[in-house]
Ligand binder design. Sequence first.
Ligand SMILES: Nc1ncnc2c1ncn2[C@@H]1O[C@H](COP(=O)(O)OP(=O)(O)O)[C@@H](O)[C@H]1O
Ligand SMILES: [Mg+2]
Length: 223
Amino acid sequence: MLRVDRLTKEYPTPRGPLTVLSDVSFSLAPGDRAAVMGPSGSGKSSLLYVLGALEPPSSGTMTLDGQDPGALAPAALAAFRNTAIGFVFQDHCLLPQCTVLENVLIPTLVARSDGDDTARARLLIDQVGLGDRIDHRPGELSGGERQRVAIARALIRRPRLLLCDEPTGNLDRAAADIVASLLVDLHQRQQSILIVVTHSVQLASRFPIRFELTDRQLRRSEA
Ligand SMILES: Nc1ncnc2c1ncn2[C@@H]1O[C@H](COP(=O)(O)OP(=O)(O)O)[C@@H](O)[C@H]1O
Ligand SMILES: [Mg+2]
């Protein structure tokens, strides 16, 4: 269960604190899939960074299965990010010198998982349709294929929360459709929580839960 309670996020600026999220509360259960829409600069990435424990909230809490990353010591926080959260960014952020297989295995280098990481990586690479590209480097892939590698990498540790920040924002329509379908399909196979920030009404329409972020507030919009 993801619980967000009265979350506020401010950034310090020379002209005083800039509040981007004010008193945001919601909860999502395992198996839930939510889209977040909102104008540019409305705080969508900031929200994902706080949910992903990459940024601390200014006040309020977020807990995942009762665990508050804000209460963890640095080593435990790093382990929480590595095992509980998966992140897919607009830019794939793959390592250019590594192959597809090596990129997908990167999160397992910090701490090995139970079971066979390489077998799971191969399975995920097959599931994202890149079984025949496993030895390619990112420069030898299309934009959509790189994003599919980023999804496989985000799923390698079986995260309980998968956060995607405009995952199809840099893709053409056809590639965006493939990536969106994959995200939905892969999510339906697992009891995790998926939150996707998107500008695409078409992508958002595939999410049973939809939020709109405007004026520092997150509101649930009707499906
Ligand atoms: N580290 C930061 N320091 C100061 N202001 C920031 C920082 N990060 C983002 N902002 C500001 O916060 C607002 C929300 O940014 P962001 O969360 O990236 O919005 P979105 O993803 O919806 O476009 C923007 O006005 C941005 O300029
Ligand atoms: Mg953003």
